[in-house]
Design a binder for this molecule. Sequence first.
Ligand code: PLP
Ligand code: COI
Length: 366
Amino acid sequence: MNAHTKIPDFQMDLHKNPVPEAERNRLMESLGFGKVFTDHMITIRWTAEEGWHDAKVTARKPLEIDPASAVLHYAQEIFEGMKAYRADDGRILLFRPEQNARRFNLSAERMAMPTMPEELFVKAVETLVSVDKAWVPSGDASLYLRPFMFANEAFLGVRPSNEYLFCIIASPVGAYFKGGSKAVTLWVETHFTRAANGGTGAAKCGGNYAASLVAQAEAYKHQCDQVVFLDAAEHRYIEELGGMNVFFVMTDGTIVTPPLKGTILPGITRSSVIDLARDRGMKVEERPYTFEEWQKDATSGRLQECFACGTAAVLAGIGTVKHEGGEFKIGHGETGDFTTALREQLVGIQKGASNDERGWSHVVSL
Ligand code: PLP
Ligand code: COI
């Protein structure tokens, strides 16, 4: 579909009764993930006739949609996940937001939805961050931003919708995992798969997550934090976790991560980690890696450490892996030194404290 190139101005209809400062501070004292929301939201409509229009900042409020709205029936929906960070000098920074804009459009194309000019996507994100800047926490916490778009035509025929609503909501967040930086435990799913060749695995569409929940529930049942999916064709190759990519760090300085073949999400953290690891002289191999190799390398000691990565979790060490046939540990079952060092470097760049050689940080004009 065409990207309508006109960039609309935002109509500002600000909240009449925003959360008072004392209450906001109280809410921000003990943040989990995705439970507290800011005062405002962004909405932009798209129709075949008008393209992107009716861009607004309003109070965050429930959406009114027709019960025949296509998204409720056929799940034509995509989203993004990104964060705004408060630097020690008070600036507010986004991390590679143009990459989220680009991926959003790739997801849109896969789901037969309209694309959005990257400039409009970034402007919308910056506008919300600027309006809700008081909600950007300092320290280790950040403001998680959730842009999303859904089919909003009241029509039950199965075809791409002619109307869409784009929204952004924001949520101040702390650590994604309850244990903070403690190594996580994974459940390897050997029955259900997440994405097949030719499917929607590389798109960030809600349906992928809906299909993953039965396996995530299984992971919780086994006291695991996240699920690891294997490939759909042979149930042998590691793909990714429910909401993160995965890396295997070997003792010989090689790092292995599953390749982008259309079945996993091309993570922005994944791509950043590859660049930073190469800077450190590591050899990064994007190649198929089987569950069998994983067990063998963990047992032989060739595998030094493993980590999961994504916007929400940043880098999380993987300590224990459980599966139907038993369980094994990675190293001593704790977050490894390489994972910790890379996490610190990445968080440093995101928060404007470390050298940002590649210009990944984007300062929000307030
Ligand atoms: N894989 C999945 C399934 C995800 O949901 C995410 C999170 O967005 C990632 C990987 C990591 O992507 P990113 O690093 O761009 O957040
Ligand atoms: C993210 O890291 O942004 C994700 O989307 C992961 C999860 C919260 C869905």
